[in-house]
Ligand binder design. Structure first.
Ligand code: ZN
Length: 263
């Protein structure tokens, strides 16, 4: 465990220092293929072996479409409980993991994929990307891409900026790496101490294609899983994967281009 952990740390340091060397002058590997269309079609490749349910239960159960359940900031000490709750309620979700937490708990990242969930990039250390300047912002995203690829053998295609803070520079970094920016249409406010009932109430406002922001660590978020499952089933909605859409999805005064689709 310790040896493995130090190996990942070594890789991350290598990634960061290499990026510092080549950072802004050389094109990042793989960046050339990073068109939005490639991001969208590649999103399926982040899916693990689809052992979670949903596979055979489409059709009538999902007659009104799909929503995106997202859990940010992990993996954390309580990720196993969250995974157990999702499994018990036959829901699939997208985990936007931090690079530093993934290095600490690489086994949990693999568990997420193995359970049929999707793994996206949420930066290495959760900074305010629009305030730290370049090349720091690019390195935060790119090093996490390296870490997650090393752990999972898959290249993440989805990216969520910490605090939902983005601008033209951040979007340029995402495009260069080949990542689809994923914001949200509903904020559960679990990060602000919302109760399980309040989180479930927020989820009840999800429209087809919509995406809800939740987190990997609040206990109330895990408690809310069965409530969300019951509501989605009652409304003929299923938990889907997140993919590119040409539509402008409103986000404050900005827009983004991601929605939930059939896995
Ligand atoms: Zn976050």
């Amino acid at each position: 465990m310790t040896a493995r952990r130090s190996r990942f740390r070594h890789i991350a340091l290598l990634a960061v220092s290499t990026l510092a060397l080549f950072g802004f002058t050389a094109p990042a590997s793989g960046a050339a293929s990073g068109s939005r269309a490639a991001s969208a079609s590649g999103a399926a490749s982040t899916s693990g072996a689809a052992s979670a349910s949903g596979g055979g239960s489409h059709g009538k159960a999902c007659r009104n479409g799909y929503v995106g359940l997202t859990y940010d900031d992990g993996p954390s000490a309580t990720t196993p409980q969250l995974l157990a709750a999702l499994r018990a309620n036959r829901l699939r979700a997208t985990f936007f993991n931090q690079g530093n937490n993934s290095l600490d708990r690489p086994g949990l990242v693999r568990d997420e994929l193995r359970a049929g969930h999707w793994v996206g990039n949420h930066t290495f250390s959760h900074p305010h990307l629009t305030q730290i300047g370049e090349p720091a912002a690019f390195q935060e995203i790119a090093s996490t891409q390296w870490v997650l690829r090393d752990i999972t053998g898959r290249e993440p295609t989805l990216f969520r900026p910490p605090f939902g803070e983005t601008d033209d520079q951040v979007r340029a970094d995402e495009a260069r790496i080949g990542l689809l920016e994923v914001l949200w249409t509903v904020d559960s406010r679990d990060w602000a101490g919302a109760t399980a009932d309040e989180i479930a109430a927020a989820a009840r406002t999800l429209q087809p294609g919509g995406i809800i922001l939740m987190h990997d660590w609040p206990p109330a978020t895990i408690e809310a899983v069965p409530l969300i499952a019951r509501d989605l089933a009652a409304r003929g909605l299923c938990a889907g994967r997140i993919a590119y859409t040409a539509d402008d999805v409103p986000y404050g005064t900005q827009v983004f281009h991601a929605k939930a689709v059939r896995p």
